[in-house]
Design a protein around this ligand. Structure first.
Ligand code: HEC
Length: 101
């Protein structure tokens, strides 16, 4: 496989499959660490979520942000990307919650 071919493959994987973790590492890491713990005043995504715990609510928070806080909206991202991010957040949250039990 030549380099060009590999790059195409990697790009398709990263964007085509909407890799929630990669998107999170890119857009969210400034305020929420990898494990969901708060960075720079961001919310702790390991705690029970304040703004809704189902996929739809989390997608809404990611799309519009939380007005009056530092949480920005990401309406520029595609719906699939926001959904992948929300799934990743819920995944982090559920993992943290089951550890606390
Ligand atoms: C500039 C800092 C910043 C960035 C970047 C950021 N957030 Fe936030 N986020 C916050 C803050 C601050 C809050 C707390 C809002 C509040 O007080 O309700 C928050 C809250 C949230 C919540 C709601 C938590 C709850 O308890 O319901 C979710 C979900 C969330 N962020 C996901 C994300 C995702 C996903 C990204 C990346 C796409 C992201 N955030 C990027 C600062 C940020």
């Amino acid at each position: 496989m030549n380099a060009k071919c590999f790059c195409l493959f990697a790009c398709v994987c990263a964007f085509g499959a909407e890799n929630g973790r990669a998107l999170y590492d890119n857009y969210c890491i400034a305020c929420h660490w990898k494990d969901g713990s708060p960075a720079n005043g961001g919310a702790d995504l390991r705690q029970p979520l304040k703004h809704g715990r189902d996929l739809k609510s989390v997608v809404r928070v990611i799309t519009f942000g939380v007005p009056g806080t530092q949480m920005p909206g990401f309406s520029d991202l595609s719906e699939n990307q926001r959904r992948a991010l929300a799934k990743h957040v819920l995944d982090l949250n559920h993992k943290a919650q089951s550890k606390q039990k």
